[in-house]
Design a binder for this molecule. Structure first.
Ligand code: FAD
Ligand code: DLZ
Ligand code: SF4
Length: 517
C-alpha cells in the first residue's frame, strides 16, 4: 500500500504529523504553485524564503532515502494550484490513500474538504502537531464566550507544559514580568550585529525565479538573510538565546532608526514554516534561564510571546473563523494610503517602518502594532485592506497569525474578542519608545496646526469619532475624562486638523508605473 503524503510549504518538519508513520514505498509530495504565491502579492522575500526552504527540505528527505515528488513552479504541466497538483500526483503514483496535515489557513482548509469529496482515493487530514494547543482544546476552552483573554489561556499553557513552573507555582512567584520590559534604548546604546544567513546556491536560484515571475511584487531581495534549512534555523535560535535573549525583555518595545532587529529573535519565518517548533524554542529559552544565562523577565517575556500569544491567536483564528474576518466593529472604510507601499510620507516613524519592511520583509512587534497599526486604527483604514497589506509585506505572514493580530489587536474590528481595548496612542508613545521624532518634519510636542504630529490630533479625533462605541469601555475611562474636559473650540480644532490631514491622504500611486499592489 502506497501513501501519498502531501506536505505544504509551511509544514517543513520531519516530525510533522503527515510524515510520522512514513513507510517504504510512500511518496512525499511538495509543490510550488502559482495560486499560493499570488493569493496575495507576497513580498519577494517571503516567496524566496519559502521556495528555498521547500527545496532544501526535499533534498534533506531524499538524503534519508525518502521518495520525494517535488514540483517546481516552472515545471511543464504545473496546474498552478494545490488541488490540481494533488490530482496530477494521485494519477502519477496511484496511491491507496493521501495523508496531509491540516493547513494553517481557512482558505486551504476549505480546499481540503473538497479533496475528501472529489479525489478518487481516501484523504486523511491529521491534526497540526506544530502547535502546542490542538484546535479542539482551544475551542473547548473558548466555548461560545464573546471575549477571550490571552492571560488566562497563557497560564493554562504554562501549567500544562510545565514551562517556567515550580510545581504548581510560576517560577519567581509571578506569571508576568511585563513591567520590566518597557525600556527605551539609551542614547548611545550599541546594538549588536545579528546573525544573518547569506543566500546559498538554492536561494540564489530561487531569487532568479522570483524576479522572473514576481518582479512587480513589493519588496527587495538584496537584504535577504533568513535561515532556509533546519540547521540554519537552529543556528539562528542558538544565536538568539545566547546574544539576544538576555537583553530581549528590556528593549522589547524599543524602536531605533536603522536598527530593525534590535534584540528580537528573528525566528518567525522559520518557526511558521516548520523549520523550528514552538516547543523547542520555548524549552531553549527556559533552559537559558535555569542555567543562569538569561534573567527571568527576559525568558518569561519571550516564552509568553510564543506559548501565550502565538498559540492564542492561532486557537482564536480556528475557533472563530470564517465569521471572524467579516466584522468591522468601528465601521472603518478609508482606503489604505499609498505610502504603506512607497514609504513616501513625511511622518518619519511610518517612513522608517515601511522602508525597513521593504528591505527585510520584517518589522518587529511594536513597529507593527504602534506605528503602521496605530496609524491604521486612528485613520480608520478599511480592515480588509490593512489585513491584505500585513499578509503581503512580512515573511512570517499567514492568515492564522496575521488576522487576529490585525483585525483584533490593532484595528479592534472584532469589537473586543481579542483584546479589551484598542491600542490607540498619540505621538508621545512613539517618542518615548523610539528616536524617530527627532528627525521628523512634524513636532511631536505640538498638539494642533500643520506642524503638529498627526498622531496627536488623530488620537483625540479617533476617540471623539468612536465615542458611542468606546466611551463606556472602563480601560478608556481616563482619556474620555480628559476629552470631556476639553472646550468645544478645542474639539473643533482637533476635528478640523484631522479632517484636513486625512483628506490629504491618497490611495493612489503618484505615477502608474509604480503599481506595487
Ligand atoms: P520576537 O519579538 O523575538 O518574538 C518571538 C516570537 O514570539 C515570534 O517569532 C512569534 O512567533 C511570537 N510572537 C510574538 N508576538 C506574537 C503575536 N502577537 N502573535 C503571534 N506570535 C507572536 N507574527 C507572525 O508570525 N506573522 C504575522 O503575520 C504577524 N502579524 C502581525 C501583525 C501585527 C499587526 C502585529 C502587532 C503582530 C504580528 N505578528 C505576526 C506578531 C509579531 O509581530 C511577530 O511574530 C514578530 O515580530 C516576529 O519577529 P521575531 O521572531 O523577531 O519575534
Ligand atoms: C505562502 C506560500 C507560497 C508563497 N507558496 C507556496 C507554494 O508554492 N507551495 C506551498 O505548498 N505552499 C506555499 N505557501 C504556503 C501556503 O500558502 C500555506 O501552506 C497555506 O497558506 C496554509 O497555511
Ligand atoms: Fe511619527 Fe509624530 Fe514622531 Fe513624526 S513626530 S516620527 S509622525 S510620532
Amino acid at each position: 500500500a502506497k501513501t501519498l503524503r502531501f506536505v505544504l510549504g509551511d509544514q517543513l518538519n520531519r516530525r510533522v504529523s503527515s510524515l510520522v508513520d512514513l513507510d517504504d514505498g510512500d511518496v512525499v509530495l511538495i509543490v510550488e504553485v502559482m495560486a499560493e504565491a499570488t493569493y496575495v502579492r507576497h513580498h519577494k522575500q517571503k516567496i524566496a524564503f519559502l521556495f528555498s526552504a521547500m527545496r532544501h527540505f526535499a533534498v534533506e528527505l531524499e538524503a534519508e532515502g525518502i521518495a520525494v515528488d517535488y514540483v517546481r513552479l516552472d515545471d511543464p504541466g504545473n496546474t498552478g494550484s494545490f488541488t490540481g497538483e494533488l490530482e496530477r500526483a494521485a494519477a502519477r503514483h496511484a496511491p491507496t490513500r493521501v495523508v496531509v496535515t491540516e493547513p494553517g489557513e481557512w482558505r486551504v482548509w476549505a480546499m481540503m474538504q473538497d479533496w475528501r469529496d472529489d479525489l478518487a482515493v481516501p484523504v486523511e487530514i491529521r491534526d497540526d502537531n506544530r502547535f502546542l494547543c490542538p484546535r479542539r482544546e482551544f475551542a473547548d476552552w473558548a466555548g461560545d464566550r464573546r471575549a477571550l483573554r490571552m492571560e488566562t489561556f497563557y497560564r493554562g499553557m504554562r501549567r500544562r507544559t510545565g514551562l517556567l513552573m515550580d510545581g504548581k507555582e510560576p517560577v519567581g512567584g509571578q506569571w508576568n514580568f511585563d513591567a520590566d520590559n518597557r525600556k527605551k534604548l539609551p542614547k548611545n546604546h550599541a546594538v549588536p550585529n545579528r546573525l544573518r544567513f547569506a543566500p546559498d546556491a538554492t536561494t540564489r536560484e530561487v531569487f532568479a525565479l522570483v524576479e522572473r515571475h514576481f518582479a512587480g511584487h513589493f519588496g527587495d531581495l538584496d537584504g535577504f538573510g533568513w535561515p532556509v534549512t533546519r540547521g540554519e534555523a537552529l543556528d539562528a535560535l542558538k544565536h538568539f538565546i545566547a546574544d539576544g535573549l538576555p537583553t530581549f525583555g528590556d528593549y522589547q518595545d524599543a524602536m531605533k532608526a536603522g536598527a530593525p532587529f534590535l534584540y528580537h529573535a528573528l525566528i518567525s519565518p522559520p518557526l511558521n514554516a516548520g523549520l523550528l517548533t514552538a516547543e523547542e524554542v520555548c524549552r531553549a529559552a527556559e533552559r537559558a534561564y535555569r542555567e543562569g544565562a538569561a534573567p527571568l523577565h527576559c525568558a518569561e517575556g519571550f516564552i509568553r510571546q510564543i506559548l501565550g500569544w502565538r498559540e492564542y491567536v492561532r486557537g482564536l483564528y480556528w475557533a472563530r473563523m470564517p465569521a471572524y474576518a467579516e466584522t468591522n466593529a468601528l465601521d472603518a472604510t478609508r482606503d489604505l494610503p499609498w505610502f504603506y507601499w512607497s514609504g513616501e510620507t513625511e511622518m518619519n516613524c511610518l517612513a522608517q517602518v515601511v522602508s525597513e519592511t521593504r528591505a527585510h520583509a520584517y518589522a518587529h512587534h511594536i513597529q507593527r502594532l504602534m506605528v503602521t497599526g496605530n496609524f491604521a486604527l486612528l485613520a480608520g483604514l478599511a480592515p480588509a485592506q490593512v489585513e491584505e497589506w500585513y499578509l503581503v509585506v512580512f515573511a512570517d505572514a499567514y492568515e492564522w497569525v496575521e488576522l487576529p493580530n490585525v483585525h483584533g489587536m490593532v484595528l479592534w474590528a472584532d469589537g473586543g474578542v481579542m483584546g479589551s481595548k484598542p491600542y490607540a496612542a498619540s505621538g508621545a508613545y512613539i517618542n518615548r519608545m523610539s528616536d524617530y521624532c527627532g528627525a521628523c518634519r512634524y513636532d511631536v510636542a505640538k498638539k494642533a496646526g500643520p506642524d503638529a504630529c498627526p498622531f496627536n490630533y488623530l488620537y483625540w479625533n479617533f476617540l471623539m469619532a468612536n465615542a458611542d462605541r468606546l466611551e463606556g469601555n472602563p480601560r478608556l475611562a481616563m482619556p474620555y475624562r480628559s476629552l470631556a474636559k476639553m472646550t468645544p473650540a478645542r474639539k473643533a480644532e482637533i476635528a478640523s486638523d484631522a479632517a484636513s490631514f486625512l483628506d490629504g491622504l491618497s490611495a493612489d500611486a503618484p505615477s502608474a508605473s509604480r503599481a506595487i499592489p
